[in-house]
Design a binder for this molecule. Structure first.
Ligand code: RP5
Length: 155
């Protein structure tokens, strides 16, 4: 993620990966404030054994696109809900990649963070049957938790 301030959102991705038993490394890497750290991470991510990158950033959110420019790994971008423009700036910055360097862009905020993790798990599960079963069970539990009829709170 681009900043410590992104962590309350990106922690939802981390929690989802933890629930599904997928190891990860959560790092603060800013395209603007720590460009050297971004270069070092992205240019060696594949060699270091990473399989998928989830990049959360807000405002002028260059992190996912710059990461994708420097690694062939799949990159999923999470637009952080910014204070000034409620994340619309983040979303448009991340989603409008020119042809040739893809970033899979998720929804703004918590839903995007959770879904980025689930999408990463789907990719990893293509080559890991145990993980695929854990993902199936997670989805079954989610379906089972949805009531067929709405309930009215007492009081
Ligand atoms: C972006 O700027 C970060 O991803 C963050 O969403 C935003 C604001 O960062 P802070 O000023 O809170 O550190 O680079």
């Amino acid at each position: 993620m681009g900043s410590q301030s992104d962590w309350p959102t990106m922690k939802h991705a981390a929690d989802t990966l933890e629930t599904l038993g997928v190891s990860f490394d959560a790092r603060i890497v800013s395209a603007h404030r720590t460009p050297g750290r971004l270069y070092d991470f992205a240019s060696s991510a594949r060699e270091e054994g990473f399989k998928v990158v989830i990049a959360g950033a807000g405002g002028a959110a260059h992190l996912p696109g710059m990461t994708a420019a420097m690694t062939p790994l799949p990159v999923f971008g999470v637009p952080i809900e910014s204070r000034a423009l409620s994340g619309q700036d983040s979303l448009l910055s991340i989603v409008q990649m020119p042809a040739g360097i893809p970033v899979g862009t998720l929804a703004i905020g918590k839903a995007g963070a959770v879904n980025a993790a689930l999408l990463a798990v789907s990719v990893l599960a293509l080559f890991d049957e145990k993980l695929a079963r854990r993902l199936d069970h997670w989805r079954e539990r989610q379906s089972g938790a949805v009531a067929e009829r709405p309930s009215t709170p007492e009081g």
